[in-house]
Design a protein around this ligand. Structure first.
Ligand code: CA
Length: 450
């Protein structure tokens, strides 16, 4: 792909420099003050919307430290900072802090901003639940609130180029031999993701199992940091990779592999990543919590205007954020995916932040949290009994009520505020249905499970 060859070397150098820096700094990686304060100080000409804090809604604090991972899911946090929306709602000193990886984000929220970490930020599901319950924090329960969904779509499954032309696409029906032959020759198909037991592992497991491939027996699953994926796939260390844009697209752009499926093909307008904070921070700062939601909502509306996406790509591509050439971000943001073996040009398949074909993206549906917990039970990540207590757990962690209050206070139209905490029955590409009223029926309908 000659159009990318010039930028690739620069990108790889930047990526390894970034990796080295994050190792040295170790804990939380904040942006230097000159980068984070630009919106607050008004030095950026684009960042000066009028302050919109009504009497009685003044946030208790002007700052919060929010972590993000450099994938398109984080755009509402970065745009809220860069376009001055945090400042508009009375929180000019919010910091958006790049996290070295998901494990670092988890460790940083465990210690909180008081300990040099973060108050909250961007999460895959069900991380806020696993952190709240102490499951991935060494049995230390750090209660969190899920406040907002950040995005839908915008993720994909990339396959190494040496498997091109073997019919590995969205549907794997009839491909069992391909996987079993690799297994019997001693090189099981290796599928990677950036953090275990969360979205990206769920997407690749769902895709494989829907095609009759048991991910626990036919495939080797492994965790790899996103910044390492292009190099690892190039040297043959992995056959498949599941993550957010721009990484899947990057693999095609660099001619290292192709895309088997977009997550929007597996489950159109699926739940993806979320904004969640420590509940002790939110309980102490209820007005600031709503101010953060309002700023994120306004950023989501801005991001969903496709006329803004070129500017969005330009902001996200900057060194302090994704450190990528702008052109690898812009195509997937516009719904233009070169899949390698086919082309997709459809804005409804792109990452969306505010509205999708099913309604609100931003509102955190409790029925989606239930799917993530149910899928965790499916694969044996959480015990079966989780389903019995799931509703009580969801009611504790998911604070859609705070989202609604924030949306009402900022004057969001009633039609854009969901009236039910359930989005209703969901349907996947293989015809399987998830009825939130009966998660057990969904589990019973699945042929492959732990
Ligand atoms: Ca993702």
């Amino acid at each position: 792909m000659t159009q990318f060859s010039n930028s690739r070397r620069r990108f790889l150098l930047t990526a390894s420099a970034t990796a080295a820096t994050t190792v040295l700094i170790k804990g939380c990686v904040g942006n230097p003050p000159d980068q984070t304060s630009s919106a607050a100080s008004g030095s950026s000409p684009a960042a000066s919307p009028a302050v919109a804090v009504q009497a009685g809604q003044e946030p208790e604090v002007k700052t919060a430290k929010l972590g993000y991972i450099p994938i398109v899911e984080s755009a509402p946090l970065i745009i809220a900072k860069e376009k001055g929306f945090f400042a508009k709602y009375g929180m000019p000193d919010v910091e958006v802090a790049k996290q070295a990886n998901w494990g670092a984000a988890r460790d940083n929220v465990k210690i909180g901003s008081g300990g040099g970490g973060i108050d909250g930020g961007q999460w895959q599901m069900p991380m806020p639940y696993l952190i709240s319950e102490g499951i991935i924090t060494d049995n230390t329960k750090v209660p969190m609130y899920v406040l907002c969904q950040l995005n839908t779509n915008g993720n994909g499954i990339a396959i190494a180029g040496n498997h091109k032309g073997k019919g590995i696409g969205l549907k794997l029906d009839g491909k069992a031999d391909f996987f079993s032959q690799m297994k019997s020759s001693g090189t099981r198909f290796k599928a990677a993701y950036t953090f275990p037991k969360a979205n990206q592992e769920f997407w690749i497991r769902y895709w494989l199992a829907a095609g009759g491939i048991n991910p626990d027996t036919e495939v080797e699953l492994l965790t790899v940091p996103a910044s390492q994926t292009v190099a690892d796939m190039k040297r043959g260390a992995m056959d498949a990779f599941s993550t957010g844009d721009p990484w899947p697209y990057r693999i095609v752009a660099d001619d290292v592999g192709f895309l088997a499926a977009l997550t929007s093909e597996i489950w159109k307008d699926h739940p993806e990543e979320y904004f969640a904070v420590r509940s002790d921070w939110a309980d102490k700062h209820p007005k600031a919590t709503k101010a953060l939601i309002k700023a994120i909502i306004e950023a989501q509306q801005w991001c969903d205007n496709f006329d803004n996406r070129k500017e969005m790509a330009s902001i996200l591509s900057r060194r302090e954020y994704f450190a990528l050439p702008e052109e690898v971000l812009l195509n997937p943001l516009m719904g233009k995916y070169n899949m390698g073996e086919r082309q997709i040009d459809d804005r409804s398949m792109a990452v969306l932040y505010w509205k999708d074909s099913k309604g609100s993206v931003s509102y955190p549906y409790k029925s989606h949290d239930l799917w993530f917990l149910t899928e965790s039970v499916r694969w044996g990540f959480l015990p079966k009994e989780t389903l019995t207590g799931a509703q009580a757990l969801i009611d504790k962690v998911n604070r859609e009520d705070i989202w609604k209050e924030a949306a009402q206070e900022m004057g969001i139209a009633a039609a854009d505020i969901p009236t039910s905490t359930s989005r209703g029955v969901e349907e996947f590409f293989d015809g399987i249905k998830f009825d939130p009223a009966n998660p057990q029926a969904y589990l019973d309908s699945l042929k492959i499970k732990a």
